[in-house]
Design a protein around this ligand. Structure first.
Ligand SMILES: C[S@@+](CC[C@H](N)C(=O)[O-])C[C@H]1O[C@@H](n2cnc3c(N)ncnc32)[C@H](O)[C@@H]1O
Length: 386
């Protein structure tokens, strides 16, 4: 799994001693000043600052993707990924009744590779292509510049948040987007769920985890599983994910359409900590170099599904990425590419596709979940409505 963001072989619990603080990053300075002034910060604030700070945030300041970066993602592994998702969009558009106009929205489009590959595939369905207006939701100025280059010639509107596109139906794609949204952590301490926070170990000049005894998990989030959990258990609470999914689902409920969410995560509510950091294709301590490493948390797909259903729309899956990609034609598209490939290219194509679908690689840890309005009765990759 080296190279992808989904390291799952790390220890479940981060070491509480933290790691040396690298003072050169503006994010480190900002977090240190804030903690010294106001006290420890939530894991969500730590994550949000580390990733999105205007001066030194990880995504604000660099292109983290690819061999020269810190991690890679499915669209960067093989063009086939974006191409078959493009065909999934065309098929879904037909199931929506082939509307004359719809918004094709991608959340967190990275280098724009998925969208570029999807649009190339969509040329085969010209009516769908001409009905689509293109919207990219991206907060990173560096990645927006790269997206502009990858998608030169396309008529695209960029947004900092989920756009209001009026009454237009939409097809929305989010690949490895929800895992980047900040999560809160709580720890069972003396029978109570108290917030796990990031403090400063001034003696060692390091960030470290601590417990905010008076900051409790909201009562509405406490389930029987949490009541029964052992002392010291960690629980990840993701209101930002809920709010994002709820916004998307409400838009689809009102205007019609479909959303496809692909990410690494788990399919049942669970306890345990999944906050992780990746730097130069290796897992590192999440507190070590904020602003200079990618910080993510695994996605709770049950939470995503429940949140979407609460907005009144239909949920499909989650299914394993490997299953989903095979159902929407990865083998057929790969075979077509292989016909015109030389020996070395064939080897590369096969290796990349295996990485996307093999259970031991990205095939089962990554899940696909779709949400649609009620009129869609069959959805490629997921099957028929029950
Ligand atoms: C791991 S990358 C995934 C990139 C792309 N989807 C892919 O599969 O290659 C996460 C993307 O989400 C963007 N992002 C992170 N937080 C965001 C937010 N709150 N709003 C919009 N984009 C965000 C990042 O800048 C980046 O483009």
């Amino acid at each position: 799994m080296n190279g992808s963001r989904s390291h799952h072989d790390r220890p479940l619990q981060s070491p509480d001693h933290g790691a040396p603080v690298a003072p050169e990053n503006p994010v480190v300075k900002r977090l240190k000043q804030r903690i010294t002034r106001d006290g420890p910060v939530s894991v969500a604030t730590f994550m949000e600052t580390a990733l999105g700070d205007q001066d030194g945030g990880y995504y604000t300041t660099r292109d983290p993707l690819g061999a020269a970066g810190d991690f890679t993602t499915s669209p960067e592994i093989s063009q086939v990924f974006g191409e078959i998702i493009g065909m999934w969009c065309a098929d879904t558009w037909q199931k929506m009744g082939s509307p004359a106009a719809f918004a094709l929205i991608e959340m967190g489009p990275g280098r724009g590779t998925l969208m570029a590959d999807a649009l190339r595939a969509l040329r085969m369905v010209p009516d769908c292509r001409s009905a689509a207006s293109l919207h990219l939701v991206e907060t990173s100025p560096v990645l927006r510049d790269i997206q502009q280059k990858s998608l030169r010639g396309e008529n695209i509107t960029w947004h900092a948040e989920l756009p209001d596109i009026g009454r237009t139906p939409a097809i929305l794609i989010a690949n490895e987007f929800l895992d980047a949204l900040p999560i809160q952590q709580y720890i069972k301490f003396e029978g109570q769920w108290c917030e796990r926070v990031v403090a400063l170990d001034e003696t060692h000049d390091r960030f470290c985890f601590g417990i905010h005894r008076s900051q409790k998990l909201p009562a509405r989030a406490i389930t029987q599983q949490l009541v029964e959990a052992d002392e010291g258990t960690i629980f990840e609470y993701a209101p930002e994910v809920q709010s994002m999914v709820s916004d998307i689902a409400h838009r689809l409920f009102l205007n019609g359409g479909a959303g496809l969410i692909i990410d690494y995560g788990y399919t049942r509510h669970a306890v345990g900590q999944t906050l992780q950091a990746v730097q130069r294709h290796r897992p590192v301590d999440p507190l070590d170099t904020p602003g200079d490493c990618d910080l993510t948390a695994h996605v709770n797909f049950q939470l995503v599904a429940e949140t979407a259903r609460a907005a009144g729309i239909k949920v499909w899956g989650p299914v394993d990425q490997g299953v989903f990609l095979q159902k929407i034609g990865i083998v057929e598209r790969t075979n077509t590419l292989l016909k015109s490939a030389n020996v070395a290219q064939s080897h590369d194509i096969r290796t990349a596709v295996t990485r996307l679908i093999a259970p031991a690689e990205m095939g089962t840890l990554f899940k696909a979940l779709a949400i649609t309005d009620d009129r869609i009765k069959h959805l490629a990759g997921f099957g028929t409505d029950s």
